[in-house]
Design a protein around this ligand. Sequence first.
Ligand code: ATP
Length: 292
Amino acid sequence: MPAAALSRSSHQLTDTSDMLMNAQSRPVGPDPAPSEVLLSARDVTLQYKTPDHLVTATWRVSFDVHVGDRFVLLGPSGCGKSTLLKCVGGFLPPAEGRVWLNNKEITAPGPDRMMVFQEFDQLLPWKTVLENVMYPMQVSRRFPKSEIRSRALQCIEKISLSKFTDAFPHMLSGGMKQRVAIARALAMEPAMLLMDEPFASLDALTRRAMQLEVLRLWDETAFTMLFVTHSIEEALIVGSRILVLTPHPGQVRAELDASGLGPDAVSTRKFQDLQREIEDMLFNRTGDRADD
Ligand SMILES: Nc1ncnc2c1ncn2[C@@H]1O[C@H](COP(=O)(O)OP(=O)(O)OP(=O)(O)O)[C@@H](O)[C@H]1O
């Protein structure tokens, strides 16, 4: 059946249930042993200059991301998570401090850092799924021309959308669009995948399916990911390391090891203890708890 003939609602049903089945049949493997530093941020203060104000988004933030990390930036709304991602993406220079990728200071955007956004409209609407995935490879000339199509098709297969290769973005559900955006980014084989609340606009079931999908893809391809969220549960499911930021302007509150958790650990003691520890940090709760 041509992709165009499928209704939007049937896409969505296939989308989520297929993803859940896929993800369940491929459990997340163990996190790799600590390896070399890929990204270093040191004392990074980020500011926006508006005609009336100087907005300080982050204040002297430092962290290291290692190769293969699923590194999460977690914090309340307005603490500067997206701004930090923009800085790593090379779109906003630090007012103070420096950021290095592979020992080279970041001064501009580059194909070694691909970004996936929250919005569903990040795909080019006049291009098909295949054309969207091919596009950055064509523009960047990162790969030989002869390889681009087969690389794109491989990535589309990885996200289980081979049936939708010739579909246009308006024919896809929100979850499917996000999967195409992820495939498009991964096709570039970036040193780091930057994800800015990529699942925040999805319904709860699709959001969980997408979290599992990302873990499955990571398990298969072992990319390095910098992932922004303000959901504590999402951070613990998706992340191997979590940087907790304070409210505006964001400063480092703590860095936590969340390796080996994943979706199956949601009801475990370790998961719930970490969840509570982060809630206490974010809501500034101190002292004895009635249930302790
Ligand atoms: N283009 C801009 N011009 C001026 N101020 C900005 C701009 N973008 C963001 N800010 C401000 O910088 C601060 C950090 O914003 P940022 O979007 O990075 O936070 P965030 O943690 O990602 O929030 P959220 O979770 O709500 O997306 C906020 O105070 C915000 O109002």
